[in-house]
Design a protein around this ligand. Sequence first.
Ligand SMILES: [Fe+2]
Ligand SMILES: [Fe+2]
Length: 314
Amino acid sequence: MDQDNIKNKVYIDSWAPMRTEDVDPDTLKHITAMIDLLPDLPVHVHKILKIVSDYESNSKEVARLASSDPVLASKILNAVNSAYYGLNKKTDNLRLAIVLLGYGEVRNIALRCGISGVMGSGRDYKSYSTRALWRHSYLVSVCSETFEKDKESDRAGVLLTLGLLHDIGKFALCNAALIMRKKGIKIKGVKHSLGSSYVLEKEQRLFGTNHAIIGAMIAKKWGLSKKVCSTIEYHHYPSFFCIDSISKEYVKDVAVVGISDQIVNTLAGEKNLLPEPSPEFFEVLGVDSPIDKVITQELKNKLEKAKNFLTYIS
Ligand SMILES: [Fe+2]
Ligand SMILES: [Fe+2]
């Protein structure tokens, strides 16, 4: 799609984020070199990610892979032995722990464990706190899953994964910022045209790109499916572009993640980080717009419970 065509498809008329093809070639070279330096995911996490990125995932296989790593095994046991589960007696039985936690939770712990190992955890740079990022990603994944009625379905599992990974590019930006600060490197950012507080615009000013573009590149390096890469790349399109800017096969997943992201931000009192998603993206999911209509008491309770769980396990 050419630039003019895209511009015609901008949903709000004042500003739109850059797309991969808009990134300055020199900046792209720097970013690619930085991403090349990232280690691969541990083999078992890589396998889990591959499996759960596929609609035909196999929960038994995920459980088997998750139990093959001692660090991961201890994290799973810690979670099930936390006060949240209120077991009368602590258990060392990994199989029981996996049954009690459930397939989705085991997978989330596995992903978090593996990705923290690669991207680092507990690092902060200005508004990027890896701890806060994990918390946000987890809540978006829980919220995304609610858009699938059949919670046992593979699609529900895939939505959990997409939610968990959607902001993976922010971890890379956090690392890049810390490296740049240490080495005194300055990257040429793009000029801002709006002076807004949109997070994507701030990133583009600082890094000449944004976390959605970087996140998709990382997912590609890790060999994740086209669905995962594309959803990450387009997850903020609902706030800026019209629905036909996205290939039909990814529209629903992008809508789920984009709207869930906005729901979590709204409940955290950060509604103004991005513009409200376009009504077209609500329509495609069969829900009413605007965002406040999607935030039911039931959803609030679910997210509150998820937050509570996080305080016990992290
Ligand atoms: Fe994002
Ligand atoms: Fe997000």
